[in-house]
Ligand binder design. Structure first.
Ligand code: FAD
Ligand code: ZN
Length: 506
């Protein structure tokens, strides 16, 4: 590579390396002459149309890359890079390394913890994987598919369906989020109960390492005990250890029938009772078990009044899904038996079973509209937490009571994947109060209160959204020192110059 600076090839970064390891401290956004050489080299490799400079695209033109979905972080990149394939990603990483410039990988930019947007220094390269969007292969006999990291989740689901199979990962952002982002955050979603999270759906990866090599680990093997599991290091690493460029994913037979129901509960302990009953009577056919509290559905009613809410307001509404291998009639029979038993025991007070695919989709739409309704209502304090299912009622009772004392009037928007022990335990400002002001003045104290309770009940401060920038300091406080030390050693071993997504996670 003729346009690398003198330090290329050695481990020592060039003079601008400080921007990578302590990028938040730098405030300069003026490109230097070495930046100009780097940009020129990048333009030669990717083509000028795929190296976007903020100076050349002022205003909000690059907001889609530089601002996060929740609008909490608005950074400025040195440049936005849009490579077309793995080889170009490797060249970018080699150039960034040679010039000591940090890289922030990004997929669909739907992450909720500020992990995929650049900081404000104007010193970080934003590496968008969106143009890596090919379905590489589908092996129906092996039940696998290999896809580029920038494939949108919905595109992957559709390709599986077109082959008569199922890729079960499913979440409300599926029209925009990418497989690379899903794996980098180890995304969960609504089918974890039956199929596991993104980690469990991945058999192999292709990764560009921090020194610009390509690791081809695209294995379709379900068994392979040949040493350390490198794949599992990169999954959930939020772009801090390598850039995922492709993945081999597990596929499943399509269920013959899918059926959805809503059930009204007057208390969370009864929702947990219903979960136990559903698991024991339906077994592996139970593929979804979501809860929504009254405030969550009230926000949906306010912002999306066109969405039908068949049961009306109740303290808790449960959404259940069965995926049946025997067909519609069998699924309906199972559902009706389950709901009748729950009604007899007094665990639910009302229920509605979807009579058509459209009704089933409408029920899911209701659930998936909650984050959007929250966002319409304004900035809020979010907690994506995991707890043992058995301890959820005690956690919620204790935490609700403490919050009622400390932030009177705040609306607890509590919903999530009860079947996985994962709650989105969010706080919206009291009616009439400024959401931004609420977030600014209350977030730190509320987080401490909630996370203290999470830890006291044996839980985790991040169930599925990751750490990013938002929870980095919290992680340092709450994770065991031994675990943190091991994580730092792994980071040091795989990215010794600290160029991959610096100041995220650790
Ligand atoms: P991005 O936001 O672009 O990036 C996320 C992180 O991964 C960043 O740290 C980024 O640097 C890194 N990254 C991205 N691509 C790569 C790559 N190829 N190589 C290395 N690092 C990379 N999440 C859930 O788990 N479950 C849900 O149910 C859920 N529901 C959501 C609903 C809504 C409405 C929204 C907006 C988000 C939701 N999310 C959910 C969060 C988000 O959609 C997921 O985290 C998703 O997996 C992120 O994918 P992305 O492509 O948008 O990643
Ligand atoms: Zn979720």
């Amino acid at each position: 590579m003729s346009d690398l600076p003198a330090s290329s090839g050695s481990a020592a970064p060039s003079t601008s390396s400080s921007s990578a390891s302590s990028s938040t401290s730098s405030t300069s956004s003026t490109p230097s002459s070495s930046d100009a050489v780097l940009i020129d080299a990048l333009r030669q490799r990717l083509g000028p149309a795929h190296v976007l400079l903020p100076q050349e695209h002022p205003g909000a033109a690059l907001d889609g890359y530089q601002r996060d979905w929740r609008k909490r972080y608005h950074g400025q990149a040195l440049a936005v890079l849009r490579p077309a394939d793995t080889a170009q990603v490797a060249e970018i990483v080699q150039l960034a390394r040679a010039y000591g410039v940090a890289l922030v990988p990004q997929g669909g930019n739907t992450g909720l913890v500020g992990g995929g947007v650049p900081d404000e220094s104007g010193r970080q390269l934003l590496l968008s994987l969106q143009r890596l969007n090919r379905i590489r292969a589908i092996d129906t006999a092996n039940l696998t598919m290999t896809v580029d990291a920038g494939c949108v989740l919905q595109q992957v689901q559709q390709a599986a369906q077109d082959a008569g199979l199922l890729f079960p990962l499913s979440l409300a952002a599926e029209g925009s989020c990418t497989i690379g982002g899903n794996l980098s955050t180890n995304a969960g979603g609504t089918q974890v109960l039956r199929y596991g999270n993104a980690r469990e759906l991945c058999l192999g990866l292709e990764v560009v390492t921090a020194d610009g090599q390509v690791w081809d680990g695209l294995s379709g093997l379900r068994k392979d005990n040949t040493g350390y599991d490198l794949r599992d290091l990169f999954i959930g690493a939020e772009g801090t250890l390598g850039v995922i460029t492709a993945a081999t994913l597990k596929l499943f037979p399509q269920p013959r029938a899918r059926m959805t129901a809503l059930a009204a509960c007057d208390s969370l302990p009864h929702a947990v009772d219903l979960l136990g009953l559903a698991q024991s009577t339906c077994g592996a056919a139970l593929t979804g078990f979501e809860v929504m509290n009254a405030h969550a559905l009230a926000l949906v009613r306010r912002h999306f009044p066109q969405l039908a809410q068949p049961l009306g307001p109740h303290p808790w509404t449960v959404l259940l899904e069965l995926s049946d291998s025997e067909g519609d009639a069998h699924a309906r029979e199972q559902f009706e038996g389950l709901l009748e038993q729950a009604l007899t025991r007094g665990w639910i007070t009302d229920a509605a079973v979807a009579g058509s695919l459209a009704q089933s989709q409408a029920m899911w739409h209701l659930r998936e509209s909650i984050p959007l309704a929250q966002s319409e209502e304004g900035l809020n304090i979010k907690h994506d937490i995991a707890l043992p299912v058995s301890r959820i009622p005690a956690f919620v009772a204790a935490c609700d009571a403490l919050l009622a004392d400390h932030v009177p009037g705040a609306r607890l928007v509590n919903f999530g994947h009860l079947g996985d022990g994962n709650l989105h335990y969010n706080l919206q400002a009291p009616e009439g109060q400024s959401p931004a002001e609420f977030l600014r003045t209350r977030e730190a104290a509320v987080n401490q209160l909630v996370y203290d309770q999470v830890m006291a009940h044996g839980g985790s401060i991040s169930a599925e959204h990751g750490i990013g920038q938002l929870k980095r300091e919290e992680l340092a406080l709450r994770k065991s020192p031994v675990a943190l030390q091991l994580m730092r050693q792994i980071k040091q071993a795989l990215d010794p110059l600290g160029l991959l997504n610096p100041n995220r996670v650790l």
